[in-house]
Design a protein around this ligand. Structure first.
Ligand SMILES: [Zn+2]
Length: 472
């Protein structure tokens, strides 16, 4: 029997997809999954015997590579940049079993969408360890940028993020949002919304600073959950008026979840994601003594702990369809420190691209999520939501061989001393995790195995995405 060096057999594992776990061997030929086989059958034994490489997955899960639909590598914010480049950030993602990211190109005020897309390709192309796509942030609604939305869709960028927060920076008025949503409705593009009432929040921030309340906790207290709920409802109303599909990013509050659930019950094309930080961290972390709370400043802010149960329930009921990281790392030293003495100057963002799959696995361990639901919210639904299925998000013949062999019994302690993200702290420092990505394949290449990184910058390819695949 001659072996074929371009083939990999993954044997003895439990293949977990959104449909549930099955025992199967997986054959990879070149960059794609070729077939799944019943272990021990004569046919399967034949191709396993001829494979160039055999990965023993006994006792482990075999998952589709995870997809993080919300990252900000090298993102400019408040006079500084997110500390992970596309190279360091995608490498860290790979360590944690994420094999695709969808990052955000940013239209600057006065700039064009085409220029933004070019700028983000220049940052990412040739530097990524894993495959990547882009969403587009519209921060300047003009006749030209509205027209350019169609060009973006043709270029594989099929989702557009707008902000009801950050007046003077990314903020769009309700009228501007309406115009962009009308355009999105015509083209089928997904509108992604940062839903917080930034106009009211800015007043609360100014009042806090004027009263001498400058510590990081004030970031949370000046952005109350009600103002996320209100903005989420307003975004849903505007989407209903225009017929545009809507995706609420980084939903953190029970009030916002209630709005999404009601809209979905009404049959509206409204979807939402949450992030691991809202499932595991809380306002208590923002209240840590001294300036340490700055590590946990992101928007929307971490909420009081009692929101967490609602979010886990939302994940089970599918009112929350996706978990993304909103990975936007800023080092504590020199970057977060820009806000010493003025919480409003703390760069907004929490690092997390490396640990989403692990943190969600804790939800499986704790009985919050089934195995199938874990894979669905981390891998399969993001693929469908962002027009990548069935190339990504599933282990099936013809899919890209983005595969994670996950050891559910491994133990690890999250720490800045051991993580691979280019940031000097971990939001989860000291947290004990059960489970770890053991072997990671990206398009048929083994990029993580034996505790070592075998990938390379530039292996990752740009993904031209189709429209959202959930629209009814
Ligand atoms: Zn974000």
């Amino acid at each position: 029997m001659t072996s074929d060096p371009s083939t990999i057999a993954i044997t003895g594992g439990t293949v977990v997809t959104a449909a549930g776990p099955v025992t199967a061997d997986v054959l990879v030929i070149g960059e794609q999954v070729a077939t799944l086989g019943q272990p021990g059958s004569a046919l399967t034994a034949d191709w396993v015997g001829r494979a160039g490489q055999v990965i023993d997955a006994t006792g482990k899960y075999v998952l589709p590579g995870a997809i993080d639909g919300h990252t900000h590598m090298e993102m400019p914010f408040g006079g500084t940049h997110a500390s992970d480049t596309f190279e360091t950030g995608t490498r860290a993602a790979a360590w944690g079993g994420t094999t695709t990211i969808v990052d955000f190109a940013v239209q600057p005020k006065g700039g064009s969408l085409a220029g933004a897309l070019d700028a983000w390709h220049a940052k990412a192309d040739g530097h990524c360890a894993i495959d990547y796509g882009f969403h587009m942030i519209i921060s300047d609604v003009t006749d030209t940028s509205l027209k350019e939305m169609a060009m973006c869709i043709d270029a594989g960028v099929t989702s557009f993020k707008m902000f009801m927060a950050y007046p003077g920076v990314f903020y769009a008025t309700d009228g501007e949002i309406l115009l962009a949503m009308q355009q999105a409705a015509r083209t089928g593009a997904l509108t992604m919304m940062h839903a917080e009432n930034g106009i009211a929040i800015d007043r609360l921030v100014a009042q806090a600073l004027a009263a001498g309340r400058t510590e990081p906790l004030q970031h949370g207290l000046t952005r109350p959950a009600e103002l996320e709920g209100e903005a989420t409802g307003r975004a849903i109303t505007l989407a209903g008026v225009t017929g545009a599909p809507l995706y609420i990013v980084h939903l953190s509050a029970a009030e916002a979840l209630a709005q999404v659930a009601a809209a979905r019950d009404d049959g509206q094309n409204v979807f939402a994601e949450t992030c691991p930080q809202y499932l595991y961290l809380s306002l208590d972390d923002l209240a840590r003594p001294g300036f340490e709370g700055a590590k946990f400043v992101a928007s929307p802010p971490l909420r009081p702990k009692d929101h967490q149960d609602s979010l886990w329930r939302g994940l089970r009921t599918n009112d929350l369809s996706v978990v993304s990281t909103d990975h936007c790392p800023f080092c504590f030293k020199d970057q977060k420190e820009l806000g010493r003495g003025d919480f409003s100057k703390i760069p907004n963002g929490i690092p997390g691209v490396e640990h989403r799959l692990d943190l969600l696995h804790q939800g499986v361990v704790a009985g919050e999520l089934s195995l199938a639901r874990w894979v669905e919210v981390a891998c399969t639904t993001p693929a469908r939501m962002f027009g990548l299925y069935p190339r990504k998000g599933v282990i099936a013949p013809g899919a890209d061989a983005d595969i994670v062999v996950y050891d559910p019994d491994a133990r690890q302690v999250l720490s800045a001393a051991t993580h691979h993200m280019n940031v000097d702290y971990s939001a989860y420092e000291g947290m004990e995790i059960t489970g770890r990505a053991d072997t990671v394949l990206s398009r048929g290449q083994v990029i993580i195995s034996g505790g070592e990184y075998h990938g390379r910058a530039g292996h990752g390819q740009f993904l031209s995405r189709e429209l959202c695949q959930y629209l009814s």
